[in-house]
Write a protein that binds this ligand. Sequence first.
Ligand SMILES: *[C@@H]1O[C@H](CO)[C@@H](O)[C@H](O)[C@H]1NC(C)=O
Length: 160
Amino acid sequence: MTIYTFVFFLINVAPSLQVRFSVIGLDLPLVIHPGEDAVLPCHLSPKINAQNMTIRWFKEKYQNIVHLYQDRGFRIENQMAEYRSRTTLIKDSIVVGSVSLIIRNVQPSDSGLYTCFYNTGSFYEEAVIEVKVAGQSYTFYSENIIMTSLFSHIQPLRNF
Ligand SMILES: *[C@@H]1O[C@H](CO)[C@@H](O)[C@H](O)[C@H]1NC(C)=O
């Protein structure tokens, strides 16, 4: 191989040997009531096997680890204390790049931006999901949800 063909290889062929993908989360905020479980889905396009990737879920900042999947398993070491024993990663479809993070018993303090970050070692991509725990703020949207839940409790009385 001449130096010219080697440079040609580096510029034109090497990048295409890397695995590339985009990560898809949710377009709309996930609205949940306090005490319920949140299910945050993320998947890859195209559908690539993510078993050997690192999948890091973090809140707001990269260092704030909510759940870390690495070396084919859950890594507890740097998980934020407030998520201890509250998260499960559903990996049934990880061979097609799809996972869901379950956060149990959500509280208003769990509201915020969650990122799922997939890393192959040579390529990474991420998606952000917004979680809103209803009842924490007085925006029209969350009031609307509170009203809906009030009416759903009142509804059975109308049957009498
Ligand atoms: C994942 O890693 C294992 C062990 O190194 C290997 O046997 C397997 O083929 C890898 N799978 C994928 C999809 O890369």
